[in-house]
Design a protein around this ligand. Structure first.
Ligand SMILES: C[S@@+](CC[C@H](N)C(=O)[O-])C[C@H]1O[C@@H](n2cnc3c(N)ncnc32)[C@H](O)[C@@H]1O
Length: 168
């Protein structure tokens, strides 16, 4: 009964959330897009011509945003390449190469590296969030692990020295 009440409250808040409404109006799959939009508008990260990796991409609002930013002015297609990865399936997005798998496993990293063909990545985005157990120390450790993996990937595949930014 209490759980049902919790679900009803969550649903009520979700439906009335202004960012959920805005995402629906603007055709984005999740309100998460506005986190990336804010960072991008401040830092000017995403530019046409870039090779971009989106880690933890499902349901796909970050990939949609990136795709829109790389869209060519004339006709279809994009200027650049987008590789998206998640352990959950994602409905296709035009011009986004999606890979299904767990980023902690070597085989999915190998697949991603095979697509990159040794080229440097311009931008690594990660919104990966592990399932929470409710045990704070365990959840913090899982979060830390996945963030470290993403940082290590960025260190190895971009030409940039990586430090933790103010948004982390
Ligand atoms: C907050 S959601 C991402 C939302 C996404 N940025 C968007 O805009 O639609 C977090 C995602 O991280 C994914 N994830 C968590 N751990 C992962 C892992 N080890 N490997 C791949 N994906 C992972 C989850 O499956 C989930 O889809």
């Amino acid at each position: 009964m209490a759980k049902n009440k919790f679900n009803q409250n969550w649903l009520h808040d979700h439906i009335n959330d202004p960012f959920v409404k805005l995402a629906q109006r603007e055709g984005y799959r999740a309100r998460a897009v506005y986190k990336l939009k804010e960072i991008d508008e401040t830092e000017k990260l995403i530019k046409p011509g870039q090779i971009i990796v989106d880690l933890g991409a499902t349901p796909g609002s970050w990939s949609q945003y990136v795709r829109n930013k790389l869209a060519g002015k004339v006709g279809g297609g994009i200027l650049g390449e987008i590789y998206a990865l998640d352990m959950l399936p994602m409905d296709p997005i035009a011009d986004v190469q999606f890979m299904l798998g767990d980023f902690r496993e070597q085989n999915i990293l190998d697949q991603l590296e095979a697509q990159l063909l040794g080229r440097k990545v311009d931008l690594v985005l990660s919104d990966m969030a592990p399932n929470l157990s409710g045990i704070p120390t365990a959840d913090a450790a899982r979060m830390e692990d996945i963030i470290e993996l993403a940082i290590e990937f960025a260190r190895n595949h971009t030409g940039y020295p990586i430090s933790l930014g103010q948004h982390w």
